[in-house]
Design a protein around this ligand. Structure first.
Ligand SMILES: NC(=O)c1ccc[n+]([C@@H]2O[C@H](COP(=O)([O-])OP(=O)(O)OC[C@H]3O[C@@H](n4cnc5c(N)ncnc54)[C@H](OP(=O)(O)O)[C@@H]3O)[C@@H](O)[C@H]2O)c1
Length: 251
């Protein structure tokens, strides 16, 4: 007769950053059923995220441009767990109350450019720095950041959107460099940037006029597609930039 040996169950933990709305909020919805613990960050206390009632969900307030807030959120997670298996960073900004993407050089403004870099590029590297201890474990782990195809330098045929494009190109370089360092420090962590495809969120809404309906994805579809890409990743894919269909994008 076999001994009744209880195999300890692995606890799967995830962190979704920028989960207050859009693609990040949908990642929370789709990941919740398959993880044991899900940490999700938000900025706005009116966010729909805070209406989700699930004992696995733990919401943390965090502005990614403030390193002290990133560090405090990670410390809160570390007080409860030693490992994260998924870190999905969905933070991004194309426009806000004052910022609009530049159509031409006439619109270039240094403060606006700095803001794009703070939110879209520097935030992700602050997160990579702070979250590193939680990715040093023996299980497969994913550190994915949502970038954008318009951040591809090789693919840029249209011009415009200087700040958003440049900040996403910088994000790609910062994540590629992180992937190289993580290979030494957290060798099971796969670091990637992802293009979600044009997705129906507040970010794309002012620019959807010229997008054909079949090329405008719902957040549900986008997250399903991105989860399928993440599912297929191998360690050798770390440092790469993937589109929603699993193809690699040019830098
Ligand atoms: N939608 C598209 O067509 C599309 C296409 C290509 C790439 N992307 C990228 O996909 C990602 C998700 O965008 P989305 O379409 O889901 O847009 P979204 O609905 O506007 O979501 C962006 C998220 O980023 C958060 N955020 C912005 N600034 C932040 C800051 N300083 N600190 C912390 N969080 C901050 C927002 O928080 P609040 O809710 O508090 O504002 C929001 O949760 C972005 O990186 C975007 O660039 C989107």
């Amino acid at each position: 007769m076999m001994n009744d040996v209880t195999v300890p169950q692995r606890t799967i933990t995830a962190l979704v950053v920028g989960a207050g709305q859009g693609i990040g909020l949908e990642f929370v919805r789709q990941l919740l059923p398959s993880v044991d613990r899900l940490y999700a960050t938000y900025r706005n206390s009116q966010s729909e995220l805070l209406t989700i009632t699930d004992s696995r969900l733990h919401c943390l307030e965090m502005d990614i441009t403030e390193e002290a807030q990133v560090a405090a959120a990670i410390q809160q997670i570390q007080a409860e767990t030693t490992a994260l298996h998924f870190v999905i960073n969905c933070v991004g900004m194309l426009h806000d109350g004052t910022i609009q993407p530049e159509k031409s050089l006439r619109h270039i403004n240094s403060e606006q450019l700095i803001r794009y870099f703070q939110v879209n590029s520097i935030g992700a590297i602050l997160l990579a720095k702070q979250v590193q201890p939680l990715l040093k474990h023996r299980d497969r782990a994913i550190f994915a950041t949502i970038s954008a195809k318009v951040g591809s330098i090789g693919d840029n045929q249209l011009g415009g959107w200087y700040g958003y494009r440049a900040s996403k190109a910088a994000l790609n370089m910062l994540m590629r460099t992180t992937a190289i360092e993580y290979k030494r420090t957290c060798p099971r962590a796969i670091v990637v940037t992802l293009h979600p495809g044009t997705t129906d969120t507040q970010l794309s809404r002012p620019f959807q006029r010229n997008v054909s309906p079949e090329k405008l994805f719902s957040v549900e579809r986008t997250v399903q597609q991105l989860l399928a890409v993440l599912d297929q990743l191998q360690e050798s894919d770390s440092g790469e930039f993937f589109s929603w269909d699993g193809n690699r994008l040019p830098w």
